[in-house]
Design a binder for this molecule. Sequence first.
Ligand SMILES: NC(=O)c1ccc[n+]([C@@H]2O[C@H](COP(=O)([O-])OP(=O)(O)OC[C@H]3O[C@@H](n4cnc5c(N)ncnc54)[C@H](OP(=O)(O)O)[C@@H]3O)[C@@H](O)[C@H]2O)c1
Length: 129
Amino acid sequence: MEQPLVTNQIEFHLLHPEPINDGTFHQCEKRGVAPMAWSPLAGGRLFDPSNPAALRLAAAAKAMSSRYNAGTLEQLAYAWILAHPSRPLPVIGTNKLERLQSAAQADAIVLEREDWYALWEAAQGRRIP
Ligand SMILES: NC(=O)c1ccc[n+]([C@@H]2O[C@H](COP(=O)([O-])OP(=O)(O)OC[C@H]3O[C@@H](n4cnc5c(N)ncnc54)[C@H](OP(=O)(O)O)[C@@H]3O)[C@@H](O)[C@H]2O)c1
C-alpha cells in the first residue's frame, strides 16, 4: 500500500483483552496507528447476569465507583479501554441518547493503576501476574 494505515479496528474489551498481549497494540504503538476498539461493552455481555465474569465485574465496579464520581460499570469499562497507552477509541454500539451521554463522561475518568488491574482481574477471575 502507498498510503500508511491510520487505524486498526479490533475487538477489545474487558472480556477480550487479548490485544494487550498478542502484539496488536504493540504494533499499533510502534507504527503510530490509532486502534479502534469494537464491542467495547462486549456487545452487551458485560451486563449478562448469567455470565460469571460480568457478575465479578459488576462487583468490582461497585467497589470502586465512589472513587470515580459514582462511575457505572459501562463508564469504567470505557475508561479501562481509554487508559491503555495505545489510546484505543471505543466504537460504541448503543444508539440510546442517555447511554451515549453516559459514555461521554467516561472520557473524564482516569483509572488508578490498581483499579485498572482490578477490573482486568475481575474479568479474568484470576490474578494478573
Ligand atoms: N470490525 C468488526 O469486525 C466489527 C465487529 C463487530 C462490531 N463492529 C462495530 O462496533 C460497533 C459496536 O459494536 P457493539 O454493538 O457490539 O458494541 P457494544 O457497545 O459493546 O455493545 C452494544 C450493546 O450493548 C448494549 N448496552 C449498552 N449499554 C448497556 C447498558 N448500560 N446495559 C445493558 N446493555 C447495554 C446495547 O444495548 P442498547 O442498544 O439497547 O443500548 C447494545 O446491545 C458496531 O456497531 C460495529 O460498527 C465492528
